[in-house]
Design a protein around this ligand. Structure first.
Ligand code: NAD
Ligand code: UDP
Length: 342
């Protein structure tokens, strides 16, 4: 199989490239290196079945030769990244998705969209099922990402319905693991980098908001199942074990054996309060569920960060803080810093 992976130099995309090569597929990675990096592909660049093509898929996506699968992962994904690149995020969700769909159509290839739990916005039902239409503010600070992905889903469905493209939509929930950038601003990489640097862990709000964290190897297994299936979806892919951000801080402090404390900051505006996938569809249609516990996954990610101490140390001053802060809440008024029980 010959697969085109847009965004293949990023965190998830590079793992997907590796998994496809490992099972004998041929991979063409297209990336503009805006939030990804070539270092993620270091193990594959010399592989005879791997090609790297630098380019902005919002402008053009042309790949010579036959294509069996187009997996469209290109998009800034961390909140600080999509706030830094708001127009580019909207462009890659709209024009970029259309260019990827056209490439799939020209080649009669399967098209896989990396959509997100953000299409549910600040959800009113728990856990989130695919039948829930979401609660998204179309003009809020997260809208550049959320609405780009919602548009991308609509576009993919239009190509499926009117042009017979073999579409599969995945709604990916928070995923973490090696190759996250130490400074990319997401909670897992922030906490691990801060713990290893001996800096306080920056909890936004009082830490009672929840996320469900999936280890990258599990997620990539799910993406392969989605590629190999004929399922249209949308299908949630994520770990259904819900944790508060405060609990996550405790896990990171314990596994790093760090003496860092925590520091409360204002909650970013419209930060979703709860997020947890219902993965019934993924289990039933794809025969998939996560296998790696959050503790085991965090341990592997800590080990990866420990091997990159200089990168982690230099991230100390550059880790992006909360964007679009909301009103001061109880925690940020009362607690500039605090100890957290491991
Ligand atoms: P990432 O930022 O590490 O990777 C995104 C990649 O896309 C980068 O390599 C970047 O350079 C590339 N890119 C961005 N715009 C591009 C463009 N116009 N042309 C070509 N390349 C471009 O992020 P990630 O965490 O690996 O996320 C990958 C995909 O999965 C994204 O579409 C994201 O929305 C989706 N997703 C990720 C998560 C998660 O928890 N990691 C959750 C939900 C959805
Ligand atoms: N968060 C936090 N401290 C950080 C970074 C993030 O408390 O240093 C919180 C953030 O407010 C959110 C959760 O952790 O409630 C997950 O944030 P992330 O940016 O990783 O993902 P997303 O908000 O897109 O789910």
């Amino acid at each position: 199989m010959r697969a085109v992976i847009t965004g293949g130099a990023g965190f998830l995309g590079s793992h997907l490239c590796g998994a496809l090569l490992a099972r004998g597929d041929t991979v063409v990675c297209v990336d503009n290196l805006s939030t990804g990096r070539l270092a993620n592909l270091a193990g594959y660049l010399q592989h005879p079945a791997f090609t790297f093509q630098e380019g902005d898929v919002s402008e053009l996506l042309e790949v010579a030769g036959p294509v069996d699968v187009v997996a469209h992962l290109a998009s800034p994904a961390s909140p600080p990244d999509y706030h830094r690149f708001p127009l580019e995020t909207l462009a890659v969700g709209s024009r970029g998705t259309e260019n990827a769909l056209r490439l799939a159509e020209r080649n009669s290839a399967r098209f896989i969209l990396a959509s997100t739990s953000e299409v549910y916005g600040d959800p009113a039902i728990h856990p989130q099922t695919e039948s829930y239409w979401g609660n998204v503010n179309p003009v809020g600070p997260r809208s550049v990402y959320d609405e780009a992905k919602r548009f991308a889903e609509a576009l993919a469905m239009a190509y499926a319905r009117s042009r017979n493209v073999n579409v599969g939509i995945m709604r990916i929930f928070n995923t973490f693991g090696p190759r996250m950038r130490a400074e990319d601003g997401r909670v897992v990489s922030n906490f691990i980098a801060q713990a290893l640097n001996g800096d306080p862990l920056t909890i936004y709000g009082d830490g009672s908001q929840t996320r469900s964290f999936c280890y990258v190897d599990d997620l990539v297994r799910g993406i392969l199942r989605m590629i190999d299936s004929g399922a249209t979806g949308p299908i949630n892919l994520g770990n259904p074990v819900e944790k508060t951000v405060y609990e996550l801080a405790g896990i990171v402090l314990k596994l790093t054996e760090s003496s860092s404390g925590v520091q409360f900051h204002r909650l970013p505006l419209e930060d979703p309060v709860r997020r947890c996938p219902d993965i019934g569809q993924a289990m039933q249609v794809l025969g998939w569920q996560p296998e790696v516990s959050i503790e085991a996954g965090i341990q592997r990610t800590v080990d990866y960060f420990r091997l990159r101490r200089s990168e982690v140390a230099s991230a100390a001053g550059t880790i992006a803080g909360p964007q679009f802060e909301g009103a001061a809440n109880e925690a940020s008024r009362n607690a500039a810093s605090a100890a957290i029980p491991a």
